[in-house]
Design a protein around this ligand. Structure first.
Ligand SMILES: Cc1cc2nc3c(=O)[nH]c(=O)nc-3n(C[C@H](O)[C@H](O)[C@H](O)COP(=O)(O)O)c2cc1C
Length: 355
């Protein structure tokens, strides 16, 4: 039993260590393929810009959140404590990492509950995998008094992990049953491989109203899991997935019915603004916040988030937008790669690119 806990905790630590070591410059991000149109005569002052957002039942004064990462070991408990302080002091939501470790081994609970203890009034998301039992999903929510439950779908990661899951066909039914029974909103999220229109349709059909596309372009779990394998024999999958930009285009037909959240490779306030322009209601970051908090500490991480939001508001001036609605309606130009993706996938043309 002790050995199992140690293996699980060790895996958590390895994920964090490999993510920190990962050079995110080397992965394929698509934000450079989307262009805003500079407007030389702004109609607003910076102080007029308010990018607060309504994400379904959540009102967020800043359209950012810290996405799921850790918990399940001593080291990650201390990281979760620090991330919770950042979320609290910057006033943004935070997700904990997968809670299966604590569902199986109660002695690991405090590596997650520290987040609620540190941030009693904050918006906190629990996190489980799609194979979790109904009871486990409820326990995860209760454990940290979560405001929403993230269910991660991570098939590539499982398949690359030697010890990973090989059974997937029950996922959809399981998610459907969880959304029907759990007491808080359910957010289905990817882990950096992006979401297709087909996936989103399937989620919509089973009653999911919140989806975090978490696309390719940032943390790359194909590479992380390969780095953990002795043979590294699935390294050819390191470019697998749909970029965050492509995923947001895939999500365009779902804006009426779903609250779309963007994550995966958001490294600058300009990337985040492009996500809002493509219809995301909020933008999540994992690795850059982890790096900042681990290398520079909590205060600097809070300052990082504040600067980040401040710069988003400055960019809003340059596209003549005063709020999130105007940002989402601002004209864009796509590079040929993105146009080609749109055409080949039969996605509706973005009217804004024709103005
Ligand atoms: C160290 C680390 C651990 C992660 N663990 C989880 C997890 O337990 N559950 C989950 O849903 N996503 C997990 N993720 C994925 C992130 O939530 C996010 O989807 C992905 O990292 C893309 O965002 P990024 O490019 O900003 O890092 C993890 C990411 C990192 C960096």
């Amino acid at each position: 039993m002790k050995k199992k806990i140690n293996l699980r905790s060790q895996r958590k630590n390895e994920h964090v260590q490999h993510a920190i070591n990962q050079n995110s410059q080397s992965v394929l991000s698509d934000f450079d393929n989307v262009h805003f149109i500079h407007q030389s005569l702004p109609s607003f002052n910076v102080e007029d810009v308010d990018l607060s957002t309504r994400l379904g039942e959540f009102e967020l004064s800043v359209p950012l959140y810290i996405n799921a990462m850790t918990g399940g070991s001593e080291w990650t408990k201390s990281i979760n404590g620090k991330l919770a302080r950042v979320a609290r002091d910057a006033g943004i939501p935070m997700a904990v990492g997968s809670m299966h470790a604590a569902l199986k081994h109660r002695e690991l609970k405090d590596s997650y509950t520290i987040v609620r203890e540190t941030n009693p009034d904050g918006i906190i998301f629990a996190n489980v995998g799609a194979d979790v039992s109904l009871e486990g999903a409820g326990d995860a929510v209760e454990m940290i008094d979560a405001d929403a439950l993230q269910i991660h779908i991570n098939a590539p990661q499982e398949l690359i992990m030697p010890e990973g899951d090989r059974n997937f066909k029950s996922w959809r039914k399981n998610i459907e049953s969880i959304v029907q029974h759990v007491s808080v909103p359910v957010i289905v999220k990817e882990v950096g491989f992006g979401m297709s229109r087909e996936t989103l349709q399937s989620l919509k059909d089973i009653g999911i109203r919140y989806a975090d596309v978490s696309g390719r372009g940032g943390t790359n779990f194909a590479s992380i899991e390969n780095a953990r394998r002795k043979e590294q024999d699935m390294s050819y999958l390191s470019g697998w997935g749909i970029s965050t930009v492509q995923s947001l285009l895939e999500a365009q037909p779902f804006h009426e019915d779903m609250h779309i959240m963007a994550s995966g490779g958001i490294k600058s306030p300009l990337d985040a603004m492009k996500c809002l322009a493509l219809g995301a209601k909020a933008v999540g970051m994992s690795k850059v916040i982890l790096d900042t908090v681990e290398n520079q500490g909590v205060e600097e991480a809070v300052a990082y988030v504040e600067r980040f939001y401040d710069q988003m508001r400055k960019i809003a001036i340059l596209i003549n937008a005063a709020n999130i609605e105007q940002t989402a309606g601002s004209p864009l130009v796509f590079s040929p790669e993105i146009l080609s993706w749109q055409r080949q996938r039969g996605l509706p043309d973005d009217e804004r690119t024709k103005r």
